[in-house]
Write a protein that binds this ligand. Structure first.
Ligand code: UD1
Ligand code: UDP
Length: 375
């Protein structure tokens, strides 16, 4: 039996780790030890509670106004003693957050093999997204095994000099998580969402925004665009589950408070959010995970960023990169709202990120890796 420590700290890592943790727990070849950094708090706990995941250790590092330096140093210090005690045969980190990078580095310092879930995503611009592009490249330098969601991600890793035998193309576990939620019973908890979802004539525009490189003026431009869209399409319902970061919330409240058809709400738990994504007419977002989920549901997505590392959704036709200029956001949204043929061209469901079997494929690759390293 191989002892695997999983280390994660934010909402998107938790969502993408959850199916893998469940699969590891059910597999007699592995023993799993769950370490939370606590980089996020409420948004992390929401996901673990939905999936029934209980941590073995929680470093609980989060604090208001935390910085990249404070997250990195606290995670490194917390993990140094813990990993020496737990002595896992390997550590899995997910994606590109600072928890993932610091977790990988802490394991590397103790010569514990690092396995990277969602490896090989690249925008090609080290400052965008910041600091995620650097985080995932740095993890890529340390990792012993890379779980690449797509062939394009594998190509990027090969270009970085990673040996082919250390890459497994597995799909993205976010699709496993999305399909899991599809089978959960229940309706919307929020009465306004419940009412809007039952009114089939009401078009729902779903908006999320939180990216560090959008803090400040780009975020103000996005919020101004949402205010304009709300005035131009009074019959539509705009739902904006707000990230917990006060730097994000202050700007959203400034521009959007008091607008009748704009519903500014707390972060939804993942099952509720997935349900809302399924009900949405159109999505405006700077999120990475939402860009991966929406194509599976055939939802048009306008991405509020200058670059993306997720070109597969763009190629599939569901996703368009539009940046953060107010006029452009209003124009692209208006085009999709007013021109059914442009809208229809973005609604064919596609599965560039897999079919929901990524976790199972990761476990096979992991087992093969241990066996071939011993050979
Ligand atoms: C982090 C990741 C980013 C990821 C995002 C997902 C880094 C550097 N960034 O960014 O890659 O896309 O998570 O959401 O790793 N907060 C709470 N409660 C929570 C979560 C956050 O109060 O449950 C507040 C805190 O005030 C915190 C702030 O949000 O200081 C920012 O959180 P942080 O994890 O530093 O950055 P994110 O923007 O969430
Ligand atoms: N999500 C959620 N509740 C919300 C908003 C988003 O569960 O209120 C989910 C979403 O479905 C996706 C993930 O959170 O799987 C994306 O997280 P986020 O946008 O915070 O981070 P990113 O993916 O950009 O790193």
């Amino acid at each position: 039996m191989k002892k695997i420590a999983v280390i994660y700290g934010t909402r998107p890592e938790a969502i993408k780790m959850a199916p893998l943790v469940k699969a590891l727990q059910a597999d007699p070849r592995f023993e799993v030890y769950i370490i939370l950094t606590g980089q996020h708090r409420e948004m992390l706990d929401q996901v673990n509670s939905l999936f029934g995941i209980v941590a073995d250790t929680d470093l609980d590092i989060s604090e208001p106004g935390q910085t990249l330096t404070s997250i990195t140093t606290k995670v490194l210090e917390g993990l140094s003693k813990l990993l020496a005690e737990v002595k896992p045969d390997g550590v899995i980190v997910q994606g590109d957050t600072t928890s993932a990078f610091a977790g990988a580095l802490a394991a590397f310092y103790q010569q514990i093999p690092v396995f990277h879930l969602e490896a090989g995503l690249r925008s090609g611009n080290i400052y965008n997204p910041f600091p995620e592009e650097a985080n995932r490249k740095l993890i890529g330098q340390i990792a012993a095994l890379h779980f690449a969601p797509t062939e394009a991600n594998k190509t990027a890793l090969l270009r970085d000099g990673v040996a082919e035998k250390n890459i497994a193309v597995t799909g993205n576990t976010v699709i496993d998580a999305l399909l899991y939620t599809a089978n959960l019973p229940g309706d919307f908890d929020d009465p306004q969402l419940l009412e809007a979802s039952r009114d089939s004539a009401r078009q729902i525009i779903l908006v999320t925004t939180h990216r560090r490189e959008n803090w400040g003026e780009p975020l103000a431009n996005i919020a101004a665009a949402v205010a304009r869209i709300s005035a131009d399409f009074p019959e539509a319902g705009i739902v904006l589950p707000m990230h917990k970061n006060p730097a994000v919330r202050t700007i959203l409240h400034e521009h959007l408070d008091g607008l009748d058809n704009v519903h500014l709400i707390e972060p939804l738990d993942y099952a509720q959010f997935a349900k809302l994504l399924g009900r949405a007419h159109l999505v405006l977002t700077d999120s990475g995970g939402v860009q991966e989920e929406a194509p599976s549901l055939g939802k048009p997505v306008l991405v509020l960023r200058e670059t993306t590392e997720r070109g597969e959704g763009v190629e599939a036709g569901n996703v368009k990169l539009i940046g953060t200029d107010t006029e452009r956001i209003v124009a692209e949204t208006t085009r999709l709202m007013r021109h059914p043929e442009d809208y229809a061209a973005m609604t064919e469901a596609s599965n560039p990120y897999g079919d929901g079997t990524a976790s199972a494929q990761c476990l096979e690759a992991l087992w093969d890796h241990f066996n071939s390293s011993q050979a």
